[in-house]
Design a binder for this molecule. Structure first.
Ligand code: DAK
Length: 255
């Protein structure tokens, strides 16, 4: 059985984690499939954004503990099991995460690699690795700290405790909390909204915001300025501004 299901709806590439019996624990096969699907959608000119989801019970309860349980330090080093995670950072199109149930450990880290998170009111987040005598290894100590600040990140990473969707919203870890039954449809609707925007503007916006995590303010503002000017080379910018002046809805073509 495939560890993921992949489909497209209009301009949306949908990837669903599919290990329901294991709360979508992230094993090597599953992660390989997720990353290859993201890259495939990123190359596909028909796709404008991606939706990454688990199921109602879990987005993902972490990396698969069974895969790591007996590994030695040298084996973990050689396996470079999450080396491929770095490739998610290179995806240019927006990725929306639809989170219901558990987003723990590597599941929370995978979610933080996404660009917008829509969470069910039932969702639970955490970095419980400390309970296994390890620490987050796929960016959790860094991305969580940047997302919610040092005090809260220390609290979550050192205690391993879970937080609710409302706490995650208050902390800025997610941007939308929706009623339980809408967790997937609300994220899909958000993707549909994104598909109506100019694709190059979406990608430039993502690129510019991500620059804020990698650069000084001055460098980041330079990146923003270049991306801003670059968009004036697109047909969509002409269309967007012309449509505004002509009081009609723009039609963006992605160039
Ligand atoms: N791995 C493997 N199996 C898991 C799993 C996981 N992380 N989480 C749940 N499962 C499996 C359970 O073993 C169980 O399988 P069966 O026994 O039925 O075969 C099934 O999913 C249902 O789980 P439970 O029976 O435990 O369900 P409950 O509702 O009672 O509890 C729970 C739900 C989420 C509270 C509990 O399952 C739990 O505590 N799960 C573990 C959560 C966790 O500790 N997550 C962090 C894992 S460590 C790295 C990068 C990243 C990472 C590592 C390396 N590198 C760059 C090298 C990441 C590490 C992690 O995420």
């Amino acid at each position: 059985m495939s560890e993921t299901t992949i489909e497209t709806r209009d301009h949306i590439g949908i990837i669903r984690l599919n290990r329901p019996d294991k709360l979508n624990a992230l094993n090597t096969t599953l992660m390989t499939q997720v990353i290859e699907a993201l890259e495939q959608f990123d190359r596909d000119n028909n796709i404008r954004c991606m939706l990454l989801a688990g199921d109602q019970r879990a987005f993902a309860a972490g990396a698969d503990i069974n895969e790591m349980a007996d590994a030695t330090m040298i084996e973990m080093h050689h396996r470079n099991m999450f080396g491929r995670w770095d490739r998610i950072k290179k995806i240019r199109k927006p990725i929306v995460a639809a989170v219901s149930g558990y987003a723990l450990g590597g599941g929370c880290e995978l979610m933080m690699c996404c660009d917008i998170v829509v969470a069910s009111e039932t969702a639970r987040f955490g970095q419980p690795e400390v309970n296994l005598a390890i620490i987050p290894g796929a960016g959790g100590t860094q991305r969580l700290t940047r997302a919610i600040g040092k005090a809260r990140a220390m609290d979550l990473i050192l205690t391993g405790r879970m937080i609710t969707a409302d706490e995650a919203l208050a902390m800025g870890l997610v941007s939308r909390v929706v009623p339980a039954e809408q967790w997937f449809d609300a994220a899909l609707q958000l993707c549909q909204e994104l598909c109506e925007k100019a694709p190059m503007a979406l990608q430039a916006g993502k690129d510019a915001v991500n620059s804020a995590f990698e650069t000084t303010l001055t460098e980041g503002i330079e990146v923003e300025k270049k991306l801003f000017y670059m968009l004036f080379a697109t047909d969509d910018q002409t269309e967007g501004m012309r449509a505004f002046v002509e009081k009609r809805k723009p039609v963006f073509v992605g160039r």
